[in-house]
Design a protein around this ligand. Structure first.
Ligand SMILES: Cc1cc2nc3c(=O)[nH]c(=O)nc-3n(C[C@H](O)[C@H](O)[C@H](O)COP(=O)(O)O)c2cc1C
Length: 185
């Protein structure tokens, strides 16, 4: 497989986030030739057009450039109240206003880990809609929903559930092929 750089974005800022653990597992389970870098966006302020009119905050410019520089983006994000976490939607709203818009034509994959029974499916479909607005190339399948996730991670938030690891591994293999196809490599 051609060398593919993937930027991991976690929709939870929590230190012991299960979604951060899922991203780390994806990095371990990626096929040879793919490499994951996980970013953080804690410093992005609440979106405000007045603030935007002054100058984009450095954390916004940094995330936008990280997305542009990556071949592909992998989101792992919790579901909050059946939808996208506020911090993630806020960061995406900032990204949507940057020029060139970083998600345009960017291959993307989604995964989620939640304590709930449907594993974040409801938020993933909301996230697909938003990323569609930004012309990202979101991989349709395979989907990864790590539901009822607490026992599937150990105390260090390492993904230990065999079925979940297999689902992540299969998705990463497909994501490599999807990215290569979307980028014409
Ligand atoms: C504000 C809030 C809303 C939540 N809403 C949902 C929900 O709609 N569905 C769900 O499965 N879990 C929900 N949860 C529980 C999350 O699945 C759980 O907190 C999970 O650990 C968050 O992911 P993280 O570990 O990556 O931070 C919610 C949690 C919070 C804090």
């Amino acid at each position: 497989m051609a060398n593919i750089s993937v930027l991991g974005i976690c929709g939870s800022l929590r230190r012991q986030s299960y979604n951060l653990g899922a991203l780390q597992a994806a990095g371990e389970l990626m096929p040879q030739g793919m490499a994951l870098t996980i970013t953080r966006f804690d410093a992005i302020p609440l979106f405000n057009q007045d603030l935007e009119a002054q100058a984009a905050p450095p954390a916004v410019l940094q995330l936008a450039q990280e997305i542009r520089d990556a071949d592909a983006v992998l989101f792992a994000s919790p579901e909050y109240n059946f939808s996208i976490s506020g911090v993630l939607k806020n960061a995406i709203d900032w990204m949507s206003r940057q020029k060139p818009q970083p998600f345009k034509d960017k291959p993307v994959a989604l995964m989620s880990a939640t304590l709930g029974p449907v594993g974040g499916a409801r938020h993933q479909y909301e996230l697909r809609k938003v990323l569609g607005c930004l012309e990202a190339l979101v991989m349709p399948r395979p989907e990864v929903f790590i539901n009822l996730c607490q026992p599937k991670f150990d105390a260090d938030v390492h993904l230990v559930d065999a079925a979940a690891r297999k689902a992540v591994q299969d998705q990463m293999t497909a994501f490599g092929a999807w990215t290569a196809r979307m980028l014409g490599r």
